[in-house]
Design a protein around this ligand. Structure first.
Ligand code: NAD
Ligand code: UDP
Ligand code: UDP
Length: 323
């Protein structure tokens, strides 16, 4: 059966790949985005499809539509982007969640919300299972995002318990791939741009902090599986790649793949509240969704490097000078 599916943040990095998959499978897709951290080039190729529709809209305002499913992805995700206008970030998370949950309640749609590993903050449990309640600084520079996402999780479960809204909650860990904003200031985009441009590769701190990087196709597969999971499994569920690398190892791999002559330098101290390690515990996703990432970091990085080489970087509008 063809479903009407709303993707908020659908022109963004993850959202545009999700729209690709949904359009290809014949669903009727409505993409809502205000283009704060994205550009139309991510979805240009979909605009002529009969089953794709684009609405420029800000999710902090109400939206009246009739749909069967909602993927709520609208929110700046990179630290440089979400710290540019922190008040707007927390409004997007909280008011966006309220509006999309209100919509889901009114039309009895199923709603999946994109939460984040940042709800675990700088974790003192490693790797992080879904039962871990986190170590978040509520007043620090990352709080607009972390606490906004935590409040959105609360709203999801309150609408579930109070209004019987059919929810799905995923916690996404660092994801990378083609169409990530080249100037988002995130580590993968910075390192690839720097390596391709022959610039120094900028480690923050000594590069011993770790992250686990998931390739976008794997992640989108997880989102789709979670949306179609049985109603007895609403999450939260971690989606990410458990292969953990230090940031210095990532820099070395990027240099190796690009054949770049760039030097790795210690550019600045570790930013405030920067988690020292992060790795998803994905047993639940394996058990409940039969999901696990398939793409190795090296292969995913190679595809991402190809994409960076194929685009004209001067055509990307940087939403923030923080890169
Ligand atoms: P992105 O910045 O590329 O995409 C977010 C999209 O939301 C953009 O197109 C942006 O223009 C749009 N948007 C922002 N504020 C909006 C608003 N008020 N109204 C309407 N649209 C708005 O980021 P992404 O990496 O694709 O992230 C998508 C979602 O996944 C986000 O909710 C993010 O928090 C979550 N997530 C991503 C990662 C990751 O590593 N990429 C990790 C954890 C969670
Ligand atoms: N809302 C929306 N689209 C809808 C239904 C509701 O954007 O189709 C918004 C509505 O404006 C409200 C929010 O969702 O601000 C929460 O709706 P809910 O019905 O839960 O709360 P109430 O309207 O009672 O405050
Ligand atoms: N980082 C870095 N150099 C950069 C950008 C980021 O060393 O040019 C580090 C950053 O301090 C963090 C890690 O890489 O420890 C991942 O940062 P990112 O902003 O990609 O995402 P986060 O996981 O912190 O949300």
């Amino acid at each position: 059966m063809i479903k009407r599916i709303l993707v908020t943040g659908g022109a963004g990095f993850l959202g545009s790949h999700l729209c690709d998959r949904l359009v290809a499978s014949g669903q009727d897709v409505v993409c809502v985005d205000n283009f704060f951290t994205s550009q139309k080039s991510n979805i240009d190729h979909l605009l002529d499809c009969h089953n794709f529709e684009l609405i420029r809209h800000d999710v902090t305002h109400p939206l009246w539509l009739e749909v069967d499913e909602i993927f709520n992805l609208a929110c700046p995700a990179a630290p440089g982007h979400y710290q540019y206008n922190p008040i707007k970030t927390i409004k997007t998370s909280v008011m966006g969640a309220i509006n999309m949950l209100g919509l889901a309640k009114r039309v009895r749609a199923k709603i999946l919300h994109a939460s984040t590993s940042e709800v675990y903050g700088d974790p003192d449990v490693h790797p992080q299972p879904e039962s871990y309640r986190g170590n978040v600084n509520p007043i620090g520079p990352r709080a607009c995002y972390d606490e906004g996402k935590r409040a959105a999780e609360t709203l999801m479960f309150d609408y579930y318990r109070q209004n019987n809204v059919n929810i799905r909650l995923v916690r996404i860990f660092n994801t990378y791939g083609p169409r990530m904003h080249p100037y988002d200031g995130r580590v993968v985009s910075n390192f690839i741009r720097q390596a391709l441009g022959g610039e120094d590769i900028t480690l923050y701190g000594d590069g011993s902090q770790s992250r686990s990087f998931c390739y976008v196709d794997d992640l989108v597969d997880g989102l789709l599986r979670m949306m179609s999971a049985g109603d007895d499994f609403v999450g939260p569920v971690n989606l990410g790649n458990p292969d953990e690398f230090t940031i210095r190892e990532l820099a070395e791999q990027v240099i190796d793949l690009t054949g770049s002559g760039s030097k790795i330098i210690r550019a600045r101290p570790l930013p405030e509240d920067d988690p020292t390690q992060r790795q998803p515990e994905i047993t639940l996703a394996r058990q409940k969704l039969d999901w696990e990432p398939k793409v190795k970091l090296r292969d995913g990085l190679a595809r991402t490097v190809d994409w960076f080489q194929s685009v004209d970087l001067s055509r990307f509008r940087a939403p923030t000078p923080n890169y």
